[in-house]
Design a protein around this ligand. Structure first.
Ligand code: DHB
Ligand code: FE
Length: 281
């Protein structure tokens, strides 16, 4: 029930995200010293230029250091980086990709969730709130050949905007699953409508957003990772036509091609479809 749920703290969300992330990516980048030097020099030059352009003062510099320390102490770096930086990393990656458009992964992916048949319902609480939603579609390669046995790994926030694994009181695996496509590459996933997501307002990222007079919202979305043997995995999100914050996503991760427009089938269930096209790996 909504009323029973405590707000997840920024510290709680951030710390979980940190542990998961470090275990996954350690040592994978393999960046050469020349490249480290080139990229870090450019980043520092950007910081130096901002300081000069805005005549940043000593008190502001010290306040920035204290803020940076706090982001680390409460484990909010993954959250901060995915909100304010990941969309440009994704934009660069997208230049060499074909097929369905990707967008940011965000900090709340968890691997190894329950495997589900092509026609399925995501794990949920007995009284899960939110309008029933069915997402169906087909996974194909770029030539239109259906991909049987592809994985549609889906995760999303609940009707209060919270993700299982990162909020107190949500059962493990809630609203998460790895859906395996049928012989025709099709899937049909029953779940509930997620709410817009708000960056935790009690931590340093939230405080920065408030101090700058921005808003902390992302439009409601489904996260998806679609994979098949021999194909490039697509990491993307699907949004909802007419939803709040579509035009001002704090994470700048919306794309017009990724907006669903579900239709009520007359029983209160909203149905929509989306097909995924994967390019060869
Ligand atoms: C963040 C949260 C999300 O749900 C998302 O999709 C992207 C970023 C974040 O808090 O960083
Ligand atoms: Fe999200």
């Amino acid at each position: 029930m909504t009323t029973m749920q405590e707000s997840p703290t920024a510290a709680g969300s951030g710390a979980n995200a940190s542990q998961n992330f470090k275990a996954k990516v350690r040592d994978e980048a393999g960046t050469s010293p020349d490249r480290v030097s080139a990229v870090v020099t450019a980043v520092l030059q950007g910081v130096h230029a901002a300081i000069k352009e805005h005549n940043v003062t000593y008190p502001e510099f010290q306040a920035a250091k204290a803020w940076l320390m706090e982001v680390g102490e409460v484990g909010e770096w993954p959250l901060f980086m995915d909100v304010f930086v990941e969309h440009v990393i994704e934009e660069v990656a997208a230049q060499s990709q074909r097929g369905t458009l990707g967008t940011i992964e965000g900090p709340y992916y968890l691997p190894d969730q329950v495997r589900l048949e092509a026609s399925c319902e995501l794990p949920h609480r007995p009284e899960e709130e939110g309008a029933p939603l069915v997402l169906s579609g087909q996974v194909r390669d770029l030539d239109g050949t259906p991909l049987a046995g592809a994985e549609v790994d889906i995760w999303h926030a609940d009707a209060d905007g919270y993700y299982s694994g990162f909020a107190p009181d949500l059962p493990a695996g809630n609203l998460r699953g790895v859906v395996v496509t049928d012989a025709e590459g099709r899937f049909a996933i029953r779940t509930v409508q997620p709410a817009p997501y708000q960056i935790p307002t009690d931590g340093p990222t939230g405080k920065l957003i408030e101090a700058a007079g921005w808003h902390p919202w992302r439009p409601a979305h489904l996260h998806l990772m679609v994979r098949a043997d021999g194909y490039r995995t697509i990491t993307t999100q699907l949004y909802f036509a007419g939803g709040d914050w579509l035009d001002s996503d704090v994470a700048e991760a919306t794309k017009p091609e990724l907006i669903l427009d579900p239709v009520d089938d007359g029983t209160g269930t909203r149905r929509t479809s989306y097909d995924f096209e994967l390019e060869p790996a």
